[in-house]
Ligand binder design. Structure first.
Ligand code: GLN
Length: 450
């Protein structure tokens, strides 16, 4: 059942739907999509609306929120995130917490304190990350729709690995109030759904100004789902040099889609973008710098777990050493290094200049075209344990992280399968605040594939 359909159900039907989902989640426990699941009775904090799965870094008052980390075990959210409030006013209620890479750092959901989430299509493969639990839940039919967060691709890449739609809004369109900060200038909450229309509906519910969030765009939200027009003829730039970095099967699938879009009347132009190695470098300096500052708040005093120690300094050290996983520690160290005096100019400032170039490059492209088209990820879902070198893992995001650095909106939709039956994702990118064109184009792409 789609979100659109579920929103038409009456109270009794919704009750049945929740019971059905609960049973299904129980029957598919080995998938590991959810880390905790509520129906309402347990905590008496969950409403009676359309059940939506929520990534474990978004606060739901009275629930645990742990970012899949040991350090936050036992922490209970004291307030609702803005997105949760907004869902409630549209008749949607949080249904369970989904698994993720610890503090949203990763591309495979292998970095979770709770253990791995399996890809619903092939249990030997990762679901992608960091919103792997949310994408697996939607892909396996264990959620009508889900919330994810995207700092460098964490909604779009898992959506592409699990065969669902995932969308990252323009920076500031959806409030981050109540989202645990990873990299504050990049993070955005967004929808993971079964189709493009549902993504537009959920995006409309989540978007809008929040006075408690200084990075929230102060403007009224015009609903895109009420104006969807897949018949609009658009100019779409295919990024040629990106295609050569993708696997053969991903490339062929994209080329096939491009032909269909052209046949449907869209104008296709071919463009090149900066080598994606600059995106990766600028991202991992920026994101780790911000993460090292953001994660300093987890000190054993204010949140969650506290280690036993004889003095304050030891307590900090022990709490953080025991509480954080390996990848999180690596990022804190890297972030602290790039911000340290003597290296700040060489790394952090350089990264900000590169970020600016990436943004200008998108600005130039959008002077000419309505949308940019790329694969979502260079490959389909990979096997567990196959990316041992962290840098190799970072390369999963070559097509998605530039979008966050530029603050523009993007969507991933399922466009085909590889030889092993694993889903392939295609990405569309629009200029800032042009979600309407993004969804119109995505809907058209979805239709030409039918
Ligand atoms: N995979 C990227 C990282 O590890 C992006 C994560 C995200 O978008 N949260 O940082």
């Amino acid at each position: 059942m789609t979100l659109k359909e579920a929103m038409k159900l009456d109270a009794d039907e919704l009750k049945n739907l929740r019971a059905e989902l609960k049973q299904k989640i129980e029957d598919n426990k080995e998938l590991g999509a959810y880390v905790e699941q509520f129906t309402g009775e347990e905590l008496n904090v969950v409403g009676e609306g359309v059940p939506i799965a929520v990534k474990d870094n978004i606060q739901v008052k009275g629930w645990s929120v742990t970012c899949a980390s040991n350090i936050l075990q036992g922490y209970i959210a004291p307030y609702d995130a803005t997105v949760i409030d907004k869902m409630a006013s549209s008749g949607l209620s949080p249904f369970g917490r989904t698994n993720m890479d610890e503090f949203a750092m990763g591309s495979s959901t292998e970095n979770s304190f709770y253990g791995k989430t399996l890809n619903p299509v092939n249990p030997n493969c990762v679901p992608g990350g960091s919103s792997g639990g949310s994408a697996a839940a939607v892909g396996a039919g264990l959620a009508i729709a889900a919330l994810g967060s995207d700092t460098g691709g964490s909604i779009r890449q898992p959506a592409s690995f699990c065969g669902c739609v995932g969308m990252k809004p323009t920076y500031g369109k959806v409030s981050r109030y109540g989202l645990t900060a990873f990299s504050s200038s990049l993070d955005q909450i967004g929808p993971i759904t079964q189709n493009v229309e549902d993504a537009a509906i959920l995006y409309d519910i989540l978007a809008g100004y929040e006075s408690k969030d200084s990075t929230s765009l102060n403007e009224s939200h015009i609903k895109v789902s009420e104006n969807l027009d897949p018949k609009r003829k658009l100019t779409i730039a295919v990024i040629e040099n990106y295609l050569s970095e993708a696997s053969e099967e991903v490339r062929v699938s994209i080329e096939n889609s491009v032909k269909l879009l052209e046949k449907a009347g869209h104008k296709i132009v071919y463009k090149n973008m900066l080598n994606s190695k600059y995106d990766i470098a600028a991202y991992y300096v920026t994101a780790t710098a911000e993460a090292s500052a953001n994660l300093s708040r987890f000190d054993g005093v204010r949140y969650g777990n506290r280690a036993e120690a004889t003095n304050l300094n030891d307590m900090y050290i022990k709490t953080r050493s025991e509480g954080f996983g390996e990848e999180v520690k690596r990022r804190i160290l890297l972030g602290t290094f790039v911000l340290s005096s003597g290296y700040y100019d060489a790394y952090y400032i350089q990264a900000q200049k590169t970020r600016n170039l990436i943004k200008e490059q998108f600005d130039e492209l959008f002077n000419e075209v309505d949308l940019v088209l790329t694969p979502t990820a260079p490959t389909t879902a990979f096997e567990f344990g196959s990316k041992k070198d962290p840098v190799e893992m970072y390369l999963s995001d070559i097509y998605t992280i530039g979008v966050n650095l530029a603050g523009v909106p993007a969507i991933s939709i399922p466009i085909g399968f590889d030889g092993k039956g694993l889903p392939i994702g295609g990405q569309l990118i629009a200029k800032a605040n042009d979600e309407q064109t993004l969804f119109d184009g995505a809907m058209s792409w979805e239709e030409v594939l039918k």
